[in-house]
Design a protein around this ligand. Structure first.
Ligand SMILES: *[C@@H]1O[C@H](CO)[C@@H](O)[C@H](O)[C@H]1NC(C)=O
Ligand SMILES: *[C@@H]1O[C@H](CO)[C@@H](O)[C@H](O)[C@H]1NC(C)=O
Ligand SMILES: *[C@@H]1O[C@H](CO)[C@@H](O)[C@H](O)[C@H]1NC(C)=O
Ligand SMILES: *[C@@H]1O[C@H](CO)[C@@H](O)[C@H](O)[C@H]1NC(C)=O
Length: 376
């Protein structure tokens, strides 16, 4: 009885304190979110620029993490910068597009599938957005559609990008050593972009590391490994090693940026650990085989890179969809061999938002608090 009472009392105290401060940290109240990334957080950018992804994509409402971040801090869904139809950027903007890399690629989207909207281009778009939105507001135009001036320094800047830079090298037939060798250049370019945004007033950064690419059906299907290179949960070790190497270097970069950008609050989020734990405990968490795509066309992984989700064929003048959705996407982890399902993304987001996988270990709502760099 006494115990219950004290627990209740603690909860009440916590509730009372939470809105403004926990352990001396301020509650952030972000007025806006600006997201930079690839398909892990695209909310319609690539579709707006290069044509809509065919059905059944979006069947469960493609609810990518950038949409969830905005919801979790009480903001509306983030519109894509490239979407010219019915958008409202009052509370931020999403610059991510599916297939984006940090570095510019030397191939077109039609050749390799990588988006030409690489991170440097996303930063140029942000810059343009900042200048022109304020220009309109000064003229008294579209006041309710654009952020107020002070939003830019109070906003949350989120990054989830880098995975495609790693697979891009493999698609060019580079060895793991060769891919690792260019990781510093990739991270140097990420660093450059974060510094530019800091220079433009950005202060609060939320940086995702890269997931275990060696657990993705499209990587396992395309890049063959020996049986000895498959780990105990079924993923390709060499590709995951590259992700981990990238993450090690990214973590070092974040520590360095905390020194170089004294007014910035930078959170490093170990998305790799979250995604790997989902894949390794799939059954326990109520999911089916994590290596079989829900929407695809045959093979060991229900993935065929020439017949992707929604692919059609015409037989005797009648259109037939060759790669259709599975019956219950909510029991699957992989949507189309490359992307996670809505259900998997929800689980991943729920783990990430509380701060258990973050450095410093604070939840999203407290990410604006600058931590001592000595706290690693
Ligand atoms: C593109 O080509 C240039 C010139 O050869 C090279 O320096 C650069 O590293 C290449 N970029 C990528 C992503 O391979
Ligand atoms: C990579 O190797 C494959 C198989 O040898 C070859 O078909 C393909 O053209 C190569 N790709 C590049 C970009 O060199
Ligand atoms: C297409 O039409 C031909 C000729 O009428 C017929 O023999 C064939 O079975 C049809 N194919 C399909 C898949 O319906
Ligand atoms: C950071 O370190 C300083 C000096 O040691 C200390 O006064 C301050 O409370 C620390 N801040 C946080 C957020 O830990």
């Amino acid at each position: 009885m006494d115990f219950k009472f004290s627990v209740l009392k603690l909860h009440l105290i916590a509730l009372f304190l939470l809105p403004t401060s926990t352990l001396g940290f301020n509650y952030c109240n972000f007025p806006a979110i600006f997201n930079f990334g690839d398909s892990n957080s695209d909310t319609g950018g690539l579709s707006a620029a290069f044509g809509q992804a065919p059905p059944p994509n979006g069947a469960t409402f493609f609810h990518s993490p950038s949409g969830r971040y905005s919801e979790s801090v009480g903001l509306p869904y983030l519109d894509a910068f490239l979407d010219s139809m019915g958008t409202n950027f009052r509370h931020g903007c999403n610059f991510a597009t599916a297939g984006s890399t940090i570095r510019r690629q030397n191939t077109t989207i039609w050749q390799s599938g990588y988006s030409p909207i690489s991170l440097d281009v996303q930063q140029l778009q942000f810059s343009d957005f900042l200048t022109r939105s304020q220009h309109f507001r000064e003229k008294g135009l579209f006041q309710n559609l654009f952020p107020e001036e002070d939003y830019f320094s109070r906003a949350l800047y989120t990054f989830d990008i880098g995975q495609n830079d790693l697979t891009a090298g493999y698609k060019l037939n580079l060895s793991t050593e060769e891919v690792k060798a260019y990781v510093p250049d990739v991270l140097g370019q990420l660093s450059h972009v974060i510094k530019l945004i800091y220079g433009q007033g950005g202060r609060i950064f939320w940086v995702h590391n890269t997931g275990p690419v060696g657990c993705l059906p499209y990587v396992m299907d395309r890049f063959w490994v020996t049986a000895a290179q498959i780990d105990k949960h079924g993923c390709s070790s060499p590709y995951n090693d590259v992700s981990q190497y990238f993450n090690l270097k990214l973590r070092e970069l974040v520590l360095q940026l905390r020194d170089e950008l004294p007014a910035a609050a930078i959170t490093y989020v170990d998305v790799y650990a979250v995604k790997y734990s989902l894949i390794s405990q799939a059954k326990k968490l109520g999911f089916e085989n994590p290596f079989v795509a829900c929407c695809g066309h045959g093979g060991k992984y229900n993935y065929n890179r020439f017949v992707k989700c929604g692919s059609k064929t015409v037989v005797n003048g009648t259109e037939t969809v060759l790669a259709v959705s599975c019956k219950d996407p909510s029991t699957r982890i992989s949507w189309d061999g490359t992307h996670f399902t809505e259900a998997a993304n929800r689980w991943i987001f729920d783990q990430v938002v509380g701060g258990a996988f973050s450095d410093p270990p604070v939840s999203l709502k407290f990410a604006c608090n600058k931590m001592n760099t000595s706290q690693k």
